[in-house]
Design a protein around this ligand. Structure first.
Ligand code: NAD
Ligand code: UGA
Length: 463
């Protein structure tokens, strides 16, 4: 099948950047990204390309180039489905908050709604691509819906999980380590795989495009995230041991990372991993394993989450203990709220949980993040439902200027590894704080010797 028209359902952190890159690299294909969220689509269409809803380095340039040429953002879902030969499903798949599997299983209601909508609208044969991260064997459910409620139209379902990381999404999409495409082993399935391969081959070397069966593809995505998260929890577990033994976690990470079998990436000890996917995907893996009666497998992966929760908790506990066992009425400045640098995404950010713990201890939190505003911070805290929204509002204040945020603070906590924090005039910050001036560096971002030379009582993770 020759592709001239692509539709992507879901204009989020995956759908938006992924389709922008496909449109940029395939100017002969019309790419329409649709979403039910009118405000989000309006922001994607904002005249000023700096106002698009997702902050990713380099994304606005690509959108500026392709938007209106062959890249379109729209709320007309039916129309885009009808016109497309290839439909990506890139909607959210959060952890279920109700019923069976609550707190563990992936909530597939948005996926099912998409499948039903496609079945209702499609009049010509289509290839449906699972771009969202899904439990293994979801393609079967999608296929059943499409084949039983459709109007005689032929559908092929492919799994094409996305491996981009936020903050580096554009580079990850332009130069992926691999593109994974899973499809049926039938001739029709193989033909559908080749059709999608041809789209990616416009910029990805063919040897990096991996073809598997659908189930391997679905499971590989969950496995990749589980392995990555496990590395962070592993080094974080060692960080606590380092603190007891005068070993330094950065030195340990370097030493083990030079072993080519281990490798140097993803060994940065931190206040804990965040983001919308690691926790949700591991919980999903745990749930699936339990469903098959594989309790040892489930327990093994669940420990990655348990360790991560412990790492966040012990960071806030240490702040309270170090500040003479009370932070009540004290000003604690947070530098960073996003779950990592170079993104405005705050989902599951460790900062939210640390703030929640400290507000329980009646600390006053002053906050600065270069890309996250007051409304988002409050919404993240309110989502936890620990206390009334008005209470949260009382305890948290956001600033546009980091120096103001730090003035008269008892302590600073670094929660996100934004590069700009390294360039601050730390002497000026020190002079404006109450003494002793504490810094709790949750990202091991600053130079301990320099910070101590200025006069700070400086603590980092794992040393
Ligand atoms: P997101 O919440 O940012 O975006 C999803 C969008 O889908 C929302 O804008 C929502 O309004 C829209 N939507 C939901 N149901 C819809 C429907 N029926 N019709 C039209 N629009 C609908 O989520 P995201 O971060 O882009 O993640 C999407 C999927 O990709 C998830 O499965 C996630 O696990 C996976 N993933 C995410 C990342 C990441 O870095 N965020 C990376 C790889 C994979
Ligand atoms: C992660 C994966 O890296 C992507 O491959 C995957 O596509 C994506 O999840 C997804 O499925 O959503 P992302 O969550 O965007 O990407 O960002 P990461 O760079 O993986 O960071 C996740 C968290 O781990 C962040 O909070 C980060 O600060 C933390 N981290 C990462 C560490 O604490 N230490 C490290 O060494 C690396």
């Amino acid at each position: 099948m020759k592709i001239t028209n692509i539709c992507c359902i879901g204009a989020g952190y995956v759908g938006g950047p992924t389709m922008a890159v496909i449109a940029e690299k395939c100017p002969h294909i019309k790419v329409t990204v649709v979403d039910l969220n009118e405000a989000r689509i309006a922001a994607w269409n904002d005249e000023d390309v700096n106002n698009i809803p997702i902050y990713e380095p380099g994304l606005n340039e690509i959108v500026a180039k392709a938007r209106g040429r062959n890249l379109f953002f729209s709320t007309e879902v039916d129309k885009a489905i009808d016109e497309a030969e290839l439909i990506f499903i890139s909607v959210n798949t959060p952890t279920k908050t109700y019923g069976t599997g609550k707190g563990m299983a992936a909530d597939l209601k948005y996926i099912e709604l998409c499948a039903r909508q496609i079945a209702r609208v499609a009049k010509t044969d289509k290839i449906i691509v699972e771009k969202s991260t899904l439990p293994v064997r979801t393609a079967e459910a999608i296929k059943s819906i499409l084949n039983n409620t459709g109007n005689g139209v032929q559908f092929q379902i492919l799994s094409n999980p996305e491996f981009l990381a936020e903050g580096t999404a554009v580079q990850d999409l332009l130069h992926p380590d691999r593109v994974l495409i899973g499809g049926e082993t039938s001739p029709e399935g193989q033909e559908a795989i080749e059709t999608l391969v041809d789209v990616y081959a416009h910029w990805v070397p063919r040897e990096r495009i991996l073809k598997t069966n659908v189930w391997s593809s679905e499971l590989s995505k969950l496995t990749a995230n589980a392995f990555l998260a496990q590395r962070v929890s592993s080094i974080n577990a060692i960080s606590e041991l380092c603190e007891k033994t005068e070993a330094n976690v950065n030195e340990v990470a370097k030493a083990i990372g030079m072993d080519s079998r281990i490798g140097p990436k993803f060994l940065k000890a931190s206040v804990g991993f965040g983001g919308s996917c690691f926790q949700k995907d591991i919980l999903n893996l745990v749930y699936i394993s339990k469903a098959f009666g594989l309790h040892e497998v489930a327990d093994y992966w669940e420990q990655v989450i348990i360790m991560n929760d412990h790492q966040k908790r012990r960071f806030s506990k240490n702040i309270v203990q170090t500040l003479y066992n009370t932070v009540s009425g004290k000003k604690i400045t947070f530098l960073g709220w996003a779950f990592k640098k170079d993104t405005n995404d705050t989902r599951e950010s460790a900062a939210i949980y640390v703030a929640d713990d400290l507000i329980n201890e009646q600390a006053n939190i002053a906050l600065y993040d270069p890309k996250v505003g007051h409304k988002q911070v409050l919404s993240d805290l309110n989502y936890l439902e620990t206390r009334q929204p008005a209470e949260n509002e009382k305890y948290i204040k956001t600033f546009d200027d980091p120096y103001q945020a730090c003035e008269n603070a008892h302590a600073i906590a670094i929660l996100t590894e934004w590069d700009e924090f390294k360039a601050y005039d730390w002497k000026k910050i020190y002079d404006s704080m109450l003494k002793p001036a504490f810094v709790f560096d949750g990202r091991n971002l600053l130079d301990p010797a320099e910070m101590r030379a200025i006069g700070f009582v400086y603590q980092s993770i794992g040393s």
